[in-house]
Design a protein around this ligand. Structure first.
Ligand code: FAD
Length: 378
């Protein structure tokens, strides 16, 4: 649908915007709130194409994780120890900022711990983790304040009732949030501090000039603002022509309530490619991108039957073995990945800044990334 903007619409709704934040995910909302904190007189508008934020922030698993052991060991193959610890530090700091901004009660924040599961075939990886554990506890403990953050808890396997899992490593300070409550609270907070939020505002392109930034919509009309902060994560390749951000889709399911559910906490399986948690007496389970990597490098929502079957298999054979579990519903979300786990917070044109590429860690790091993006704008 294309149409023109009326004089009334242009003058009353869009004329006085000082900073337009594109995207109302966790990063965009945290940025908009921070802009108002930095300068309460600023007119800040969030422009979001969806009815709700429609990317990753309302579709994730709600793990407030900052690094399982195999993930960090893997990261150390691609980046220096200083860089890897730097990311852990940002995730930890980001999480504290999220908790301070939204409040634990509004987040439904629970520190039930994050577990990494190891099968028989993964014995050597487990041994490697066990060997590095004292060093990890010392180095990561300096960031989190937890002396023995990581520990082997094989004795809990019987309690959870998994099949075919030989070892469990617990990361004690990891927690979980209720994603829906987190995003509702962030939206409410943004509105309370005077941020205007426009939904259904689908941008086609962003063009900077000496007169400011032209925001061209898919409806054929444009608005002009002095400054823009683009927080579109996995959609940055499409909107900003940024090849360094690779969109990646994730399949997620939630079961019907499971009577006598024994699983409690956040779990990573198969090097973190699969993840699940308890939620309202149900299991939320997602991942499996590694089974069809190329197809899942997309910014289009939609099912992948091969991966969905693998998720059901994992549910009924490993997590709740021997049970037929009714699925309540499925959905997909889009992440933004890169060669290294480092968000891009950068001024890309004189009046346009981006804060994108959150990988699978936006719950922990998103608030900080939004706030740093905001600081770059004013
Ligand atoms: C299934 C899944 C599970 C995950 N689980 C976890 C987890 O447990 N823990 C964790 O820390 N992280 C997790 N993540 C990652 C985390 O959700 C993201 O890192 C984080 O939400 C990114 O936030 P964001 O604000 O940068 O992006 P998004 O939430 O994607 O927000 C970007 C917004 O930009 C809007 N937008 C895009 N293009 C346009 C346009 N052209 N015009 C206007 N608006 C536009 C989109 O509609 C969207 O609302 C998961 C991600 C997925 C997909």
């Amino acid at each position: 649908m294309t149409y023109e903007l009326s004089y009334w619409e242009r003058e009353s709704f869009f004329k006085s915007i000082d900073v337009a934040v594109i995207g109302s995910g966790i990063v965009g909302l945290a940025a908009a709130i921070h802009l108002k904190t930095l300068d309460p007189k600023l007119h800040v508008a969030v422009l979001e194409r969806g009815t709700l934020p429609v990317g990753a922030s309302t579709r994730n698993a709600g793990f407030s994780c900052f690094g399982s052991m195999t993930e960090l060991l893997d990261d150390l193959q691609q980046a220096s120890e200083e860089q890897v610890l730097g990311v852990v530090e940002k995730r930890w700091a980001g999480l504290q900022r999220l908790r301070a901004l939204v409040g634990d009660e509004n987040l439904d924040f629970q520190m039930l711990g994050g577990y990494e599961m190891f099968t028989e075939e993964e014995e050597s990886v487990f041994r490697q983790c066990e060997e590095c554990m004292p060093e990890f506890n010392e180095k990561i403990g300096r960031i989190t304040g937890w002396k023995e953050g990581y520990k082997v808890v094989d004795d809990r396997l019987a309690r959870f009732g998994f099949r075919g899992v030989r070892h469990l490593i617990l990361n004690q300070p990891e927690g979980q949030v209720n994603t829906g409550k987190m995003m509702s609270a962030l939206l409410a907070r943004a509105q309370a501090v005077g941020v205007r939020i426009f939904n259904g505002f689908a941008l086609k392109s962003v063009e900077d000039s000496s007169q400011g930034v032209a925001l061209h919509t898919e409806f054929g009309w444009s608005i002009h603002v002095p400054k823009a902060l683009v927080c579109v994560n996995g959609f940055a390749r499409q909107l900003m022509n940024m090849p360094e951000v690779k969109p990646a889709r994730n399949q997620v399911l939630i079961t019907q309530p499971i009577p006598g559910l024994r699983v409690e906490g956040c779990f990573h399986y198969d090097r973190g490619y699969f993840y699940f948690r308890n939620l309202d007496g149900r299991i939320l389970l997602g991942g499996g991108r590694n089974l069809d990597m190329e197809t899942e490098f997309t910014d289009q929502f939609g099912p992948n039957e091969r991966i969905r079957q693998a998720l059901v298999h994992l549910l009924e054979n490993v997590i709740c073995p021997g049970q037929s579990i009714p699925i309540d519903s499925w959905w997909t979300g889009i992440m933004g990945l890169g060669p290294v786990k480092k968000p891009i917070i950068e001024r890309v044109f004189p009046n346009v800044t981006v804060a994108v590429r959150l990988s699978g860690m936006g719950v922990a790091i998103g608030t900080l990334v939004g706030q740093e993006g905001a600081e770059m704008v004013v």
